[in-house]
Design a protein around this ligand. Structure first.
Ligand code: UDP
Length: 248
C-alpha cells in the first residue's frame, strides 16, 4: 500500500538524519543536525565558572544551561527575533527548558567541576521537530565539548553518564506516525515529543491532544514508534561520535 505521508515515508520511518561536525569552530563543540529539512545549529561552550547563586550558596559542581531560538529566516514567513519584540515568547522558554532538562538528565554535575556548559540551539531551517533535533544535536555538541576538557586534562572523567536523544510522533487522520514534518505536525490530532537516554530510559514524555483526545492504545502506539526511532537515533549518535572521537 502506498504511504499516506507527503514524503512517502513509512509510518515508523525517521526522516534522513544528517550531522555536520564543528559547524561553529569557536564553540567548544558544535554540530549542524538535520532531521530531513529541519536543521539546527547546536553548540556547546564551556565557561570555567558557575552562576553566582551556586557560589553564594556553596553548591558544589558545575551547571548546564540551554538557550533555543529560531533564526528569522528559518521559517517560510520571516519570524522576528525575540529581542526585536523585547521578550522571549512562551514557546521559546518551554523549549529551552526542555533542552536543559534533557541534557542535565545525563550529566553528573559534580563531575563537571566548576564549569558551566552553555548549550545554544539555533534553528536554521524549521520543518517540524526543531526541539527534538535540537536535543539530539545538543548531546553531540556537549560530548565534543567535554572531550576538549578531557584532552586538556581539565576534567578527570567524562561527566556524561549516557547519551540522550528526542523524537516526535503524532496521530494524523487516525494513523500514528514517527517524526512529524511541519505539514503533518500542523494537521496532527495528537502530538508527542519523547526524550530518552541511550540505555532506553525515558527523560520526558509530552503528549497532547490538539483539539482532540487520545486513547491508551493510541498513546502506546506513539510510544512504540518513538522508542523505535530513538533506538535508531542513539545508534546514529554513537556512530558519529566514534568517528569524531577516533579522529581527534
Ligand atoms: N513554526 C513556525 N513558526 C513558529 C513556530 C513554529 O513556522 O513561530 C513551524 C516550524 O516549522 C516548527 C513547526 O511549526 O518546526 C512545529 O512547531 P512546534 O511548536 O510544534 O515545535 P517543533 O515541532 O519545531 O519542536
Amino acid at each position: 500500500m502506498p504511504s499516506p505521508r507527503a514524503d512517502r515515508r513509512l509510518a515508523d520511518q525517521l526522516r534522513p538524519i544528517t550531522i555536520e561536525p564543528n559547524i561553529a569552530p569557536y564553540a567548544s563543540g558544535s554540530v549542524l543536525i538535520g532531521f530531513g529539512l529541519t536543521r539546527v545549529i547546536c553548540a556547546a561552550t564551556i565557561e570555567p565558572k558557575v552562576p553566582t547563586w551556586m557560589r553564594q550558596q556553596g553548591v558544589k559542581g558545575g551547571w548546564l544551561t540551554a538557550e533555543y531560538s529560531m533564526l528569522p529566516y528559518s521559517t517560510l514567513d520571516r519570524k522576528p527575533r525575540d529581542i526585536a519584540k523585547g521578550k522571549l515568547d512562551g514557546r521559546t522558554v518551554e523549549i529551552q527548558r526542555l533542552i536543559g532538562r534533557a541534557l542535565r538528565a545525563v550529566l553528573d554535575l559534580d563531575k563537571l567541576g566548576t564549569n558551566t556548559l552553555w548549550i545554544d540551539c539555533d534553528v536554521l531551517q524549521a520543518d517540524g521537530g526543531t526541539r527534538t533535533a535540537a536535543i539530539t544535536g545538543a548531546y553531540l555538541a556537549a560530548r565534543l565539548a567535554i572531550q576538549k576538557l578531557l584532552d586538556a586534562k581539565a576534567l578527570a572523567e567524562n561527566p556524561l553518564t549516557d547519551s540522550v536523544a528526542a523524537v516526535s510522533a503524532g496521530i494524523c487522520g487516525g494513523e500514528a506516525f514517527l517524526d512529524l514534518a511541519y505539514t503533518e505536525d500542523r494537521d496532527a490530532e495528537v502530538d508527542a515529543n519523547v526524550v530518552m537516554t541511550g540505555r532506553g530510559h525515558f527523560v520526558e514524555v509530552q503528549s497532547s491532544g490538539e483539539e482532540s483526545t487520545f486513547t491508551h492504545d493510541q498513546l502506546q502506539s506513539l510510544l512504540g514508534l518513538a522508542q523505535k526511532g530513538l533506538k535508531e537515533l542513539a545508534a546514529v549518535q554513537t556512530a558519529f561520535l566514534t568517528k569524531q572521537l577516533l579522529k581527534a
